[in-house]
Design a protein around this ligand. Structure first.
Ligand SMILES: [Zn+2]
Ligand SMILES: [Zn+2]
Ligand SMILES: [Zn+2]
Length: 175
């Protein structure tokens, strides 16, 4: 039997409010949503809600373990309803798409440090970074190799200028 969301909140000692229920529902229905995504979904559902109220609800729910917060480097936090199973994530560096991937080991912590410094370790946070199939298939073929092979050295007559230009070109090209 499935718990009513309101009971779920109560059992975790969270005061039940329409806003918290709407935030929980929004996160459960949209895995890996950002706080902004959640705010948009909640507004569509119950009308006006402040950004702060969304953040507060997300914080309470995550704190009590009803939702999980993932903080990838260099991007906004994402939230999901799938908790407690030690699953990991694949993230595309190009488009930011995030997918669940089961832990190959199962129970946390699934990695053993070379030295634990006396810590009792309960979790290893794993994010696999790379490029998704869509981004791989739309990437210009060989663009990086072309840039790398700019023969800056062979243009020694105007060497400095050309090296600078090659570097700038590389930076814009990768975007
Ligand atoms: Zn991608
Ligand atoms: Zn996930
Ligand atoms: Zn694992």
């Amino acid at each position: 039997m499935r718990d009513e969301p309101a009971d779920l909140l109560r059992r975790h000692g969270i005061q039940v409010t329409a806003q918290r229920l709407a935030v929980l529902a929004a996160v459960s229905g949209r895995p890996h949503a950002t706080a902004d995504d959640v705010a948009g979904a909640v507004r569509a559902e119950i009308g006006v809600i402040s950004r702060q109220a969304v953040y507060d609800a997300l914080a309470v729910l995550a704190d009590k373990g009803l939702i999980r917060r993932i903080q990838p480097a260099g991007s906004p936090a994402r939230y999901e309803g799938r908790t407690g199973d030690n699953h990991h994530h694949l993230i595309c560096r190009t488009c930011g798409q995030m997918l669940d991937v089961d832990c190959a080991v199962g129970a946390a912590p699934c990695l053993t440090p070379a030295a634990d410094a006396g810590f009792e370790i309960d979790e290893a946070e794993v994010i696999y970074w790379g490029r998704c199939p869509e981004c791989l298939s739309t990437a210009p073929v060989g663009s990086e190799t072309d840039v790398e092979s700019v023969p800056a050295r062979s243009l020694s007559r105007t060497g400095d200028d050309d090296t600078d230009r090659a570097t700038t070109h590389k930076r814009t090209d990768r975007r």
